[in-house]
Design a protein around this ligand. Sequence first.
Ligand SMILES: Cc1ncc(COP(=O)(O)O)c(C=O)c1O
Length: 370
Amino acid sequence: MTAFSRFTPLVSALPSTVPFVGPEAIERQRGLVVKARIGANENGFGPAPSVLAAMREQGGEIWKYADPENYDLKAALAAHLGTGAANIAIGGGVDELLGQIVRMVIEPGAPVVTSLGGYPTFNFHVAGFGGRLVTVPYAQDREDLNGLLDAVKRENAPLVYFANPDNPMGSWWDAESVIAFARALPETTLLVLDEAYCETAPADSLPSIASLIDLPNVIRTRTFSKAYGLAGARVGYAISTPGTAIAFDKIRNHFGMNRLAVAAALAALKDQAYLAEVVGNIHAARERISAIARSNGLQALPSATNFVAIDAGRDGVYARAIVDGLMQHGVFIRMPGVAPLNRCIRVSVGQAADMDLFEAALPQVLKSIG
Ligand SMILES: Cc1ncc(COP(=O)(O)O)c(C=O)c1O
């Protein structure tokens, strides 16, 4: 294929890749239909009726750009979190914010510390800005805080990524350990504390906002994609000191937010009763996934997220056979990418009908692959 000849050396050297093979692509490639969409850590319970109403109401206003300062959403989040609006930056999902953070900190060749098998989109952005990934293996299926700290110091890394709770294992650390980790980092290392799953996590796993808000080298990222059920809307936010938060204004796409999505986020934040109901549904669905695993002789790992990692008991080839076999039944799930995490399959929560399909298909698949 002939490409433009003056892409930067960095871009020329990068592979053109879609880090996640989506369910739509699987349908196209394999000629199958997804009946249970429980692989992408979306929230099948969906957004609140009040959110859908707010989006409908905004529909006629779509000819307008959204407020480039995101004033209302910042104010609402600040009130919700007990911070100032100046502590908040808004972006098109955590994924976009991660790209902006990497861009602000990483020059080609700079070391970036993360966990081996951790959230791949972060790695994608690091590659895109020419950073050098330094990976630390998980320990007992959790991100290894001591290992991450050692790697940061050894490499003099300007950036470290840590998700609490974590994807793909669903594991988490207690708040005290997270605070100790953040405070032990050199001031010259920026911590991305990705809290995409904070709403579904045990309360004692989340550092209070106040406990880290004074640290200019900590950015906490959160999203409306998970518990709020708005993955397709693309709204995320970052929490940090005002000085760090305002740096996003140097590089962000000021008209990047979708007006309907901002209206949806505002309405979602207002409807905390619905959020509580959905979080209850997510907890129940986690239990159901674990029970299905157990009744098939597999062990589900504890989860603080909207998905459950299930130890399939063998290697990555076996886990892949389960993932592919389930898709043959229309059940879309995913699995971690690297050993030893890839002995697991990863099942997102869904409605009862989705769980029923998973429950029916799993024993058939296990039997067929032997
Ligand atoms: C740890 C983690 N961070 C971020 C995201 C993406 O969030 P968003 O939809 O806000 O980009 C995900 C989604 O799976 C995730 O697991």
